[in-house]
Structures are given as C-alpha cells and as structure tokens.
Design a protein around this ligand. Structure first.
Ligand SMILES: NC(=O)c1ccc[n+]([C@@H]2O[C@H](COP(=O)([O-])OP(=O)(O)OC[C@H]3O[C@@H](n4cnc5c(N)ncnc54)[C@H](O)[C@@H]3O)[C@@H](O)[C@H]2O)c1
Length: 339
C-alpha cells in the first residue's frame, strides 16, 4: 500500500519533507498540499503532481489523504492536529505540537478519547544514529546509573527576529525532548542563567544562556545554548554514569592537513547535521502508517512535556535565574503512565 500524505504548510521544512517523502522514502506519495499562501501551495503541489486544497480542514477530509503532515506555523498546529484526530487519521506534526500547554493537553485528551495513538511530533534527534547508540549504551546498564549530562547547542548566528525566549522554545527544546528519551526519566525543574553576553549579537538578545535541568531520578543536566558562536553548528552531549561515560560522536568528516594545521570542517547548519535523522524519522513514520500500527516516535504526551518544560525554562529566564518546578500533569496510561 502507498501511504497518501496531505501536507499543511508548504514553507521551508514542508518543502523539504515533501522532497523526502517523494525522493527518499519508499511507500509514500504526497497527494495533497495546502498553504495559506495558495500560490506557494500550487507551485509546490505541481512539483509532485499533488492536488491543492483551500484549507487544512478540506485536505484532512479528502478521501485521497491517508495521513497528514503539519508543517505550518507553530500557533496553527493544534487546530490541524485536532482535526486529523477527529477524522481518525495519523498525523505527523512538526514541533511544537502546540504553543501552549493547554492546547497540547486538548490534543492529548482528544487522542485518549480516540483510544489509540495517531500523533507523532517532529523531534528528529531520536532518529539520529549517534543518539540511538548513546541510548543503547545507557539502557544496557554498562555505565551504571546516569548521574550527569553535559550538553551544548551552538549555532553560528541567528537572525535579528530571534528573541531570548527562543533559546528555550526553539533551540533547547530539542535537547529537552531527546534527554527525556535518552534517560527514560522526567525533567522536574529548570533554571536559566545568563552569563556575560557576546558582543557578536543583536542588542536585545541574551546569548549565551546556561540551562540547568533536574530529573525525577536526580540526574543533573547542564546545557549551554549559544546561538551566535560564529564558528559553526555544533551539538555536544556527554552522559556521565557511575562506571563511565558515553559521548555523542561528531559527524564523520575527513581530516585535512595543510598549511601547518590538522583539522576537520565544522558543519554550518542543522539541516546537514540531522539530514539522516529526518530521513529515518519519515521512513519509520511511513512504515507505521502503512502497517496500521501506532507511531513509535515522540508522542502527543512528549509534545506536551516539551512545552511545559520549555515554559518552566522561560519563566526562569524571566525571573533572573530562579529554579522553576515543572508543572506537569500525571502521565496517562495511553503514553505508558498510570493516570
Ligand atoms: N524539527 C525541526 O528541527 C524543525 C526545523 C525547522 C522548522 N520546524 C518547524 O516546522 C514548522 C514550519 O517551519 P518553517 O521554517 O517551514 O516555516 P515557514 O514559514 O518557512 O513555512 C510555514 C508555512 O506554513 C504556511 N502556513 C501558516 N499557517 C498555515 C495554515 N494555518 N494553513 C496552511 N498553511 C499555513 C505559511 O504560509 C508557510 O508557507 C514550525 O513549527 C517550525 O518550528 C522544525
């Protein structure tokens, strides 16, 4: 069976995922596209022979759409995801699941009422080969219990439209999701400290930021978010356990010796760094839709958790580094909890 996918939002990542579903992943076909910019929708749909729909609700209702991909702006995600659940169709939603905890909970409740998981959220790091190897090592128990995680998330530069709260909402949110999964543990508090700001930034921006998280099992996580580091896109993660440590590998790159130097190039953006992870993410999602099974990737609950933890980090930033307790509801049974 070919999974017929309808795409809501034909912007930057929507077009990249349409290319991926068309050229990289087998078993899927993009049959429908919509965008509030209808000219853009028509142009993108024409590339893959898809039908243009006037709005997300029409696309979701179409009998030619088996599964929905939401790649519109964050504040619009909840409406489309709720419509897809109401139609009983699997839906892949780029992060964030929703921009407020309340909207995330509405989605969780709708999915619980439906009775089985339909939603997958686009946290692609869980599909990165290096993070998967780290998880295998941690889960094997060979390091003993994890105690500390050191992380860094660095971008060369960001545009002037990037604000200080986006360090948590758009940047650290990827660590927040992947660390909950990596440790199989929940984040219970967040603290954000702002050291001396780099002069290589816009005046309004607090950059870098140091974020500290504590988990239910007492693991301490430190995360440096530095989005104007100048030199490249650099993701670091090291988990220290009772009997050793495991470190995320740097992406493979040739070593060059020239002019008295020995080195490797540093990637410049997230697209190159996580290209394979995005491909794997969609391969596995399409396979689950094709098989009629629940998705195995990040759930609506994970989307909710990421939003409430991010909210706690933003509250800490706004209160000069106070430790903020994460206000999370009990996890429902549909997502492996007891509520
Ligand atoms: N997983 C990741 O690492 C990652 C990377 C980039 C973007 N994203 C997420 O993907 C989403 C889209 O980001 P982008 O960079 O492609 O943005 P973008 O602005 O390039 O594209 C968004 C598109 O959605 C359209 N749109 C907005 N509201 C709509 C609606 N209600 N119905 C139909 N179309 C609508 C816009 O016209 C635009 O074409 C964001 O939520 C972003 O956070 C995730």
């Amino acid at each position: 069976m070919t999974v017929r996918v309808g795409v809501i939002g034909a912007g930057m990542i929507g077009q990249d995922h349409i290319r991926r579903l068309t050229d990289v992943v087998t078993g899927a076909q993009v049959t429908a596209v919509t965008d509030i910019d209808q000219a853009r929708a028509a142009e993108v749909a024409a590339r893959v022979g898809a039908t243009v729909f006037p709005a997300g609700s029409d696309l979701i209702a179409s009998p030619d759409v088996d599964a929905v991909l939401v790649t519109s702006w964050g504040p619009t995600h909840a409406e489309h995801v709720l419509n897809a659940i109401a139609a009983g169709k699997p839906v892949f939603c780029e992060k964030p699941l929703a921009t407020t905890a309340e909207d995330c909970l509405r989605i969780v409740e709708a999915e619980r009422a439906h009775g089985r998981r339909l939603v997958q959220v686009g946290f692609m790091r869980r599909f990165d080969a290096g993070y998967r190897q780290m998880k295998e090592v941690i889960t094997s128990g060979s390091l003993g219990a994890p105690l500390i995680v050191h992380c860094a998330h660095r971008n060369p530069t960001v545009p002037e439209s990037y604000t200080s709260v986006m360090a948590a909402q758009d940047t650290a949110v990827h660590e927040i999701d992947v660390l909950r999964w990596l440790l199989d543990d929940e984040i219970v508090s967040a603290q954000v400290i702002t050291p001396r700001a780099t002069s290589q930034r816009f005046g309004h921006l607090k950059d870098p930021q140091l974020m500290y998280f504590e988990t239910a099992n007492g693991v301490r996580i430190d995360l440096e978010v530095f989005v104007n580091c100048q030199y490249g896109y650099d993701i670091q993660c090291e988990t220290v356990g009772e009997a050793g440590l495991v470190r995320l590998p740097d992406p493979a790159a040739v070593a060059v010796r020239t002019a008295g130097q020995h080195g490797t190039a540093v990637l410049q953006d997230w697209k190159g760094r996580f290209a394979d992870a995005f491909d794997t993410e969609f391969r596995e999602w399409v396979a689950s839709v094709e098989a009629g099974t629940e998705p195995t990737g990040p759930s609506a609950w994970d989307g909710y958790a990421a939003t409430v933890i991010t909210d706690a980090a933003v509250r800490s930033l706004d209160s000069d580094g106070t430790v903020v307790t994460v206000d999370m509801k009990p996890r429902p049974a549909l997502y492996g909890g007891t509520a």
